[in-house]
Ligand binder design. Structure first.
Ligand SMILES: [Fe+2]
Length: 142
């Protein structure tokens, strides 16, 4: 299973979002590593749980910033995020019901990587452009 790394071509030119995308990719990598190193189903599922938790956090953050900046692409983002969350939840239940096979884990990983890369490069990048065009700077809150 090909590991994914954050590279500059995934930048949306917004530091806060890029940092979160790096964390998402790290969680995806942890999941891939758990599968590749033949860890047991419990360990694999726990990396998937971390990935789901972080995904939820990240989507909420993105949507919050989009709302605050009155971004017109918000609805499209929400529907893509919701669809992805459903895919993740369905996968996790398949995984729990059918057993954590390496084949299934590999399919999950490929699908997640493809979705994430496509979403970042086509949809998130538009939000970055919108922020730049309107001179809006978003920051992490402490
Ligand atoms: Fe997004």
């Amino acid at each position: 299973m090909a590991a994914i790394e954050w590279t500059n071509d995934l930048s949306v030119q917004v530091d806060v979002i890029d940092e979160q995308h790096k964390m998402l990719i790290k969680h995806l990598g942890d999941f891939a590593t758990a599968v590749a190193s033949h860890q047991g189903p419990g360990a694999i599922i726990s990396t998937l749980d971390f990935l789901i938790e972080y995904t939820n956090f990240h989507f909420e953050e993105e949507e919050k910033h989009m709302k605050r900046s009155s971004y017109s692409g918000l609805e499209q983002q929400i529907s893509q995020h919701e669809a992805f969350k459903k895919t993740l939840a369905d996968m996790e239940s398949d995984f729990k019901e059918d057993g954590a096979t390496h084949e299934l884990a590999g399919d999950i990983h490929t699908l997640l990587v493809n979705w994430l890369v496509t979403h970042i490069k086509t949809v998130d990048v538009e939000f970055g452009k919108f922020l730049a065009e309107n001179g809006i700077i978003i920051r992490n809150e402490i």
